[in-house]
Write a protein that binds this ligand. Structure first.
Ligand code: AMP
Length: 249
């Protein structure tokens, strides 16, 4: 079973981003970039399937600027066997990414494709679902467990109020939730090994896809500054303030 994981290069989750002065977006010049955390979970899940003898090959795919090679190297250090970079400087929106991934999948013919449930930069949470629709494949989103059977996957999903278990016929799309696994620490020997693994670079035109954005960002603004709170001496003082100041009781 071949598994593809989709890995996106995003601003590191520890970075506090700043809005550009022209409100056209956030400033990502000189900030640390990393693999989207949910995609690390996806790559870890695929690697564990390989280690368990369920997967034969893990291929990591990233779409974006040339530096996304670094993200692919991280995926290779976690355990992916090879990488594919669909290189473009165009701003990629989920529909374009889904079209690019579909074209790669048509070439690679994997049985399972694992994506993150959302990218922490755009928070769109759309790509996996769009990809499943374009391929007309079954999908299980927000996975916290994946079991592979004979031509099937049984996936536990994190849903409001509990867990849902679904059975899918392969090939299928799965998107990862936080509790699926804890990605391994990438060790230096594995980083060295990853340097020898192949990364193929292709362009959207090679796949016959026009990745031009369909949505226009009108403006990006900082969230309003929260007012500082006040400490009250006791419950009676709190009730008094809620009555007379906030007027909510
Ligand atoms: P989104 O729909 O943008 O929140 O992203 C959901 C998931 O789609 C991510 O966690 C990735 O697995 C995948 N994805 C989104 N954008 C890209 C990209 N540029 N390259 C590779 N995978 C991506």
């Amino acid at each position: 079973m071949k598994v593809i994981t989709a890995v996106k290069r995003v601003v590191d989750y520890n970075v506090k981003v700043r809005v550009k002065s022209d409100q056209s977006g956030v400033d990502i010049g000189n900030v640390k970039m990393s693999m989207n955390p949910f995609d690390e979970i996806a790559t870890e899940a695929a690697t564990r399937l390989k280690e368990a003898g369920k997967a034969t090959e893990v291929v990591a795919v990233s779409c974006g600027v040339a530096q996304s090679q670094e993200t692919l190297r991280t995926a290779l250090a976690i355990g992916a066997d090879r990488g594919i970079l669909v290189e473009t400087d165009v701003e990629l929106q989920p529909l374009s990414v889904a079209k690019l991934l579909k074209a790669v999948i048509d070439r690679e013919r994997p049985e399972l494709v694992i994506l993150g449930k959302q990218a922490i930069d755009d928070d769109a949470g759309q790509t996996g679902q769009l990809l499943a629709a374009l391929l007309d494949w079954p999908q299980a989103t927000f996975a916290s467990n994946i079991e592979i059977g004979d031509g099937t996957a049984t996936v536990t999903r994190e849903v409001d109020g509990g867990l849902e278990v679904v059975s899918l016929r392969l090939p299928a799309i799965v998107t990862t939730d936080l509790r699926l696994n804890e990605p391994r620490y990438v060790t230096l020997p594995n980083i060295m090994k990853a340097k020898k693994k192949p990364i193929e670079t292709i362009k959207p035109a090679d796949l016959g896809v026009d990745p031009a954005p369909r949505l226009k960002t009108l403006k990006v603004v900082e969230p309003p500054v929260r007012k500082t709170g006040a400490l009250v001496a006791n419950v009676a003082a709190l009730v008094e303030k809620l009555k007379t100041e906030a007027k909510v009781i």
